[in-house]
Design a protein around this ligand. Structure first.
Ligand SMILES: NC(=O)C1=CN([C@@H]2O[C@H](COP(=O)(O)OP(=O)(O)OC[C@H]3O[C@@H](n4cnc5c(N)ncnc54)[C@H](O)[C@@H]3O)[C@@H](O)[C@H]2O)C=CC1
Ligand SMILES: O=C(O)C(=O)COP(=O)(O)O
Length: 600
């Protein structure tokens, strides 16, 4: 159709990948859609300035350079789940909304996983190729049954849960490692949620991965982890290339440590054609069943994701909030001025909690949170934006993209799906006069049934320290000059701006400690921007009861409680993220009791 005068004013959308026509048809009613497959990165940068919307799948790399060139772009729509090919922080900075389709293709991905599981167990691709080559090799192609075997799942999210249910239907035992999964959701699906990856690896006959690609999941299955698996077990990856180290997987296949691999996703897609590369050798290996990233490639899934994201593109271009924005605003414009600093504060508190108190390697099981708003902030009419920001902060360090799609519309649903319970309380009279508004987060584990066959003698001192260690975690914060500050972490009172990369060390407050830690970081070329020492001011983890007040309440039997005054937190603001090796060095060489690295 020739462009008319009126057409020139219509917004334009660029679609450089294959998207189902169902959604594109919706767009075409009010938008000009250009389908241009096979563009190079340079060609994309050249033409992007003309477009208001960009629709992609997993192949197009939406880089900071591409976004910077996209002068009219309002939305990047990812017709699928994973947004690891989109530079979301760069888009956020430029005010470009990124949307995805968090559920449109999850059934397809789960079914593909089960298809690969059975194909691998019964040598189907090999058998099919053999027969087509006019052979009849019944004895070479004997397989194994899945019934009665254990399927280990890493990442019990949306796809992982569907796979779990299907595996149970085939008579498999299912165990899962996911530090952030809800124990009750796992229980309802008859999944044994184990405490750590280390517990899962030795019990799995088949191991399948369903986590997003994150810094914490990259290379999470390498030589050491595969070495902990049963000899002769089998591995599947329908999540993202690079979560399983391809070199380690190939070595394990070649040594017979694992009997089979099923791979849908590769570190580089399409994989390197060099026959000597690990990816090429894996693809060629007779014990490897592989597909070219087909997890989401069903007619139904493609129809779902296409309609889902195209509807959202229309909403955004009409100035409305989309339902699954990865970086959507949490506050509506009318409330922005009053709420923005507090929304930023609770989001940072949630994120600090997940990064500092939970480990990506262990099941945390903490699912109940008390959020108390004290002072002026307690007078707001609705706490919905604060609640949404908190859920966003809690979940964003562990899921796809910076914001894990949480916004004011869907926060309750996300919390429910993840088994997160939040009790919100308001108090007009602040427990301390130091701040005009104070927000306190208390995290409690779900109540555990008392063990019937275990009797323990525990001293009051032990009980106190257990409570402090296990039962609650507390974070308080306030705003100053519209910026978020943290004023308390567990027993330690502090005051630091919740921004940037932080290293939080728990140590005995002894002379010279700061110098040693500073020296070790200096050796690694890590610059310290600020440092704050937080003394233990509160006894145990009692909310709102400072140590002085508690000391008056102590009974003589508490006298054996170890002195806590010598412990402190050292909070260092640094100029870049540090790896586990550096953190380990602080514990081993710096005399630090424990340490975490946090990005706020
Ligand atoms: N092959 C394909 O075509 C497809 C691949 N995918 C991939 O599957 C991934 C999972 O999708 P969903 O289940 O929808 O995402 P989800 O966000 O519902 O679930 C991910 C789960 O991984 C868990 N997790 C995060 N870090 C972890 C860690 N260190 N150890 C163990 N568990 C961890 C999270 O707690 C969460 O429960 C997507 O991010 C995407 O990369 C999704 C669709 C199609
Ligand atoms: O949705 C996802 O995360 C996928 O991996 C699907 O990718 P695709 O849209 O098929 O390129």
């Amino acid at each position: 159709m020739e462009a008319t005068q009126e057409d020139a004013t219509r917004p334009k959308a660029l679609c450089p990948e294959k998207l189902s026509p169902d959604g594109l048809g919706l767009l075409r009613k009010s938008i000009d859609v250009d389908e241009r497959k096979g563009l190079t990165a340079e060609e994309l940068i050249e033409i992007i300035p003309a477009y208001e919307a960009l629709l992609v799948r997993s192949e197009t790399k939406v880089t900071a350079d591409l976004l910077a060139a996209a002068k009219r772009l309002k939305v990047v729509a990812r017709a699928g789940v994973g947004v690891d090919n989109v530079d979301v922080p760069a888009a956020t900075k430029l005010g470009i909304i990124v949307v995805n389709s968090p559920s449109g293709n999850i059934q397809a991905a789960a079914e593909h996983t089960v298809a690969l599981l059975l194909s691998m167990a019964r040598n189907i691709p090999d058998a099919c190729a053999s027969l087509k080559a006019a052979k009849w090799e019944r004895s070479r192609l004997v397989g194994v049954e899945v019934k009665g075997k254990t399927l280990g799942i890493i990442g019990l999210g949306k796809v992982g849960l569907i796979v779990a249910r299907m595996a149970r239907g085939m008579g498999m035992q299912v165990a899962a490692a996911d530090p952030y999964a809800s124990p009750s959701v796992a229980e309802a699906a008859n999944v044994n949620l184990v405490g750590s990856l280390g517990e899962l690896l030795p019990v799995a006959d088949f191991l399948t991965i369903h986590t997003p690609m994150l810094a914490s999941t990259k290379g999470m299955l390498s030589h050491a982890e595969i070495g902990q698996m049963k000899k002769g077990s089998r591995i599947l990856n329908v999540a993202r290339g690079g979560i399983v180290d391809e070199v380690a997987l190939l070595a394990a296949l070649e040594s017979g440590q694992i009997s089979g691999a099923a791979i849908d996703v590769f570190t580089k897609e399409p994989p390197n054609k060099d026959p000597e590369s690990a990816a090429s050798k894996l693809i060629a290996h007779p014990k490897c069943v592989c597909t070219p990233h087909l997890g989401a490639s069903t007619v139904e899934a493609q129809e779902n994701v296409s309609i889902d994201v195209c509807e959202q593109v229309l909403q955004i271009l009409a100035g409305e909030l989309p339902r699954s924005a990865v970086n959507a605003p949490i506050i509506l414009p009318a409330d922005h001025k009053t709420l923005q600093p507090f929304v930023a504060l609770v989001e940072k508190m949630g994120s600090l909690y997940t990064q500092h108190f939970t480990s990506p390697k262990e099941q945390s099981g903490r699912t109940t949170f008390d959020l108390t708003y004290e002072g002026e902030i307690s007078m707001i009419s609705s706490t919905k934006p604060l609640f949404a920001a908190f859920i966003k902060g809690l979940t964003s360090p562990i899921s796809d993209a910076e914001g894990f799609n949480v916004n004011i519309v869907n926060a309750e649903l996300v919390a429910k799906e993840r088994g997160i319970f939040v009790n919100e309380q308001k108090s007009r009279d602040p427990s301390t006069q130091a701040y005009s508004s104070l927000i306190t987060l208390v995290a409690r584990p779900p109540s555990r049934a008392p063990s019937l066959n275990r009797v323990e003698q525990v001293s009051t001192a032990d009980l106190n320290s257990r409570r402090a260690k296990e039962e609650r975690h507390i974070i308080s914060g306030y705003c100053s000059d519209r910026s978020p500050f943290i004023s308390r972490i567990d027993r330690f009172s502090t005051s630091f701006k919740a921004d940037g990369v932080l290293i939080i060390c728990h140590n005995y407050d002894s002379p010279g400690k700061i110098g040693v830690v500073g020296g070790l970081l200096g050796k690694e070329n890590v610059n310290i921007n600020f440092m704050s020492v937080a003394p233990a001011t509160y006894m145990n983890n009692e909310a709102h009861v400072p140590k002085m007040a508690q000391e008056r309440l102590r009974t003589p039997s508490d006298a054996s409680t170890p002195t806590e005054s010598t412990e402190a937190l050292m909070i260092l603001g640094v100029d870049r993220e540090v790896d586990d090796k550096v953190l380990k060095g602080l514990v081993e060489g710096g005399g630090v009791l424990s340490v975490s690295s946090v990005v706020l």
